[in-house]
Design a protein around this ligand. Structure first.
Ligand code: EPZ
Length: 417
């Protein structure tokens, strides 16, 4: 199994560019099956999760071609309705294919995605909304058998602004008869990107980015070319990299507007941040300040996908910080690994109390999930001595060539078998 070996202590300095957002690519690739058309999607990172979605589209009969950071999908040849179970188990967010397949084929069989490293990950909000739109969904033997005579528009009030449920409903509504309204919709930028892709192909979606999204069903779609927005979580992770190493990093090709909550919290630690349209400069302070309260919330609140990285940073801040993870039930697995590196962290349910220590020391640690693994990498960069991180396949699900990006910024990090 591949590992990262890090010798900490270097200040990271330099410039790097941010690639397309994983959490935007995945719903947009799922959406390509709807239009019975050709989609050319640009600025796609090389990640296992993206490969899985490509494999699913190919298994459904689509023609998929990847050239560098561009993927072409021709969904006119789609001829299957069963999503391969092993691929869904490997990537639970493939559940948003329910909406797009019901739109296209009116039928889909998909295995229950189940939980993952950060919690049980239920899909009750997805199922309730799709049934409200006229989908018959039978759950048996771990499989979801979904079919419809034709989805009907509906007025849907989400109990929670779930990103995946919002995306699934949009994908189901784009061909449904009538006008669908989603209230208490998720407001993440990736949903705006999905709306923009769909509208370029002829759909009529509006309101993405707000909590009320309206979708008017249409029948025909045209070929579309779309460029994925930059990954705000990769950008945030690199911003924390500069803060935790006392470095000086310039990030190009970012959308500053998507980073406002991360900028605000990093400034509280004494990190200096200069931002213009699509460039941001982050300078880490000599001494990091603790943060009185860091609460993760749906967008535009502080992103849960940045919680682990901030815990690593606050582990060496002067004073005590409180973190409250309100989005997922079990997203502190990185805390015990950080403790092995000398951090002083206590977990009480969804609350973590982080007492900053003078310095972390290198250790053998294990990545338990994507963002927790990124947090351990950042901690290793700031630690005294050598850190060995195993199970880095978790990290590589969401970060393309992270070790190379960090090497180019001056980190002493190697990937070994
Ligand atoms: C998306 O997951 C992202 N994944 C996650 O990023 C991100 O952490 C999350 O949104 C929140 O921003 C992708 O976009 C592929 P949710 P998703 O539905 O859609 C509960 C990463 O690291 N819930 O908004 O699964 C759920 O259990 C990943 O890149 C229900 O109870 O998130 C969770 O507690 C991790 N019932 C909360 O809502 C449902 O039917 C938020 O989940 C659906 C969700």
């Amino acid at each position: 199994m591949e590992k990262y070996i890090i010798n900490g202590g270097n200040k990271l300095v330099g410039e790097t560019s941010v690639l397309g957002a994983k959490n935007s690519v995945l719903p947009i690739l799922a959406a390509t099956v709807i239009g019975n058309n050709r989609s050319t999607i640009l600025n796609i990172p090389n990640l296992r999760d993206v490969e899985i979605m490509e494999e699913i589209l190919i298994s459904l009969g689509c023609i998929v071609e990847r050239v560098g950071n561009t993927i072409m999908v021709d969904s006119r040849t789609l001829n299957q309705i069963v999503i391969p179970e092993d691929l869904v188990r490997e990537m639970r967010s493939s559940i948003i294919l329910m909406g797009s397949m019901l739109s296209r084929t009116k039928e889909v069989v998909i295995t229950y995605p189940g939980g993952c490293e950060i919690g049980p990950r239920p899909i009750d909000l997805h199922l309730k909304a799709l049934r409200h739109m006229g989908a018959e969904i039978e759950e048996s033997y771990g499989q979801l058998y979904c079919r419809t005579e034709g989805l009907m528009a509906a007025d849907i009030q989400l109990d929670y602004p779930s990103v995946g449920a919002t995306e699934n409903i949009i994908l189901a509504a784009v061909t449904a008869k009538g006008v669908t309204v989603i209230r208490n919709a998720a407001r993440e930028p990736e949903i705006i990107d999905l709306q923009n892709y769909l509208n370029k192909s002829g759909a009529r979606v509006s309101g993405a980015g707000t909590s009320v999204i309206t979708i008017e069903g249409v029948k025909t779609f045209k070929d579309v070319t779309h460029t994925i927005i930059p990954d705000r979580i990769v950008a945030g992770t690199l911003m924390v990299t500069s803060a935790i190493t006392g470095g000086d990093i310039i990030l190009k090709n970012v959308i500053v507007d998507h980073l406002l909550s991360i900028i605000a919290k990093l400034r509280e630690t004494g990190t200096q941040i200069y931002a213009n349209e699509n460039t941001i400069k982050v300078s880490g302070p000599k001494k990091l300040n603790s943060i009185e309260m860091l609460q993760t919330l749906p967008y535009p609140g502080f992103p849960t996908d940045m919680q682990a990285q901030m815990m690593a940073l606050l582990s060496i801040a002067g004073g005590t910080s409180i973190i409250c993870e309100t989005v997922f039930e079990n997203r502190y697995k990185h805390a015990e690994e950080l403790t092995r590196m000398g951090a002083n962290i206590k977990i009480f349910g969804r609350v973590a109390v982080v007492n900053g220590v003078k310095e972390l020391t290198g250790a053998k640690v294990t990545a338990k999930d994507l963002r927790g693994g990124a947090a351990l990498t950042l901690a290793g960069l700031a630690s005294k001595g050598a850190t060995e991180i195993s199970q880095i396949f978790h990290i590589e699900r969401g970060y393309e060539n992270l070790h190379i990006i960090l090497q180019n910024l001056g980190a002493d990090i190697e990937k070994t078998n």
